[in-house]
Design a protein around this ligand. Sequence first.
Ligand code: SAM
Length: 247
Amino acid sequence: MMMTNNQGAKPKFFGRRKGRVIHKAKSFLLESFLPHILLDDTPKKDIAECFGAPKQRYCLEIGFGDGDHLAALAKREHDTGFIGVEVYRNGVAQLLSLLTGLKEGNAEDLAQEIGFAEGRVDNVRVFDDDVRLLFAALPDAAFDKIYLLFPDPWPKTRHAERRFINPDNLKELARLLKRGGILQVATDHPIYKRWTLEQMHANPNFKWTAKCSDDWRNPPADWAETKYQRKALREGRRPVFFEFERL
Ligand SMILES: C[S@@+](CC[C@H](N)C(=O)[O-])C[C@H]1O[C@@H](n2cnc3c(N)ncnc32)[C@H](O)[C@@H]1O
């Protein structure tokens, strides 16, 4: 079943869906491993349904890119259920490679190597399309934390309506977060920094938690660096790490 947004139309996605050719091991992972952890958009009454067994906490990462942050957290926090969402096929393949440790190898040995049967990765589920198509399937107050790390900034004014942080998406994120839950946003783009603060200040459901500049200049304690964060640092841009509490 394909979900649509409130207006009934499938939302337009402006980013890339595919990149370079995906080689043997990653293609294998997409075909044979992804289905084991793939979420569909059928409505879930309880977020625990997405996982084999109930977890203590639940987190959502939107646009996980190559999955460095998601995979690192999932490996550290076994009692947390992570839902990762990414449209970009090569990114999904890279996440699977990080989760399984599988890069290249003999295709016949691959399934055995990653040990599906042992449920080696049991705390990550993936939705491989636009997160707006998943929203309606997720129950209220499902998540303790939602990560939106280095979203596409769409810096031109004429593209401002493409920015992920906007009143419609914030309404959904507010619905999905528990009270006291955290929306974590990172960005290195000056226009997106300002845009985020303006949008969040205008939204009565969230409060910026920062008490001093160190709170947003430095990443939180559980941080794992992302590809776009490394790119920003290499190119001399300073990322910020905003945390907003769901009121
Ligand atoms: C600039 S990249 C950042 C990737 C990663 N978070 C990082 O920091 O390296 C933004 C990512 O968000 C994904 N994305 C953008 N809009 C999305 C949406 N509506 N649903 C799911 N993924 C989305 C894009 O495909 C892209 O991979």
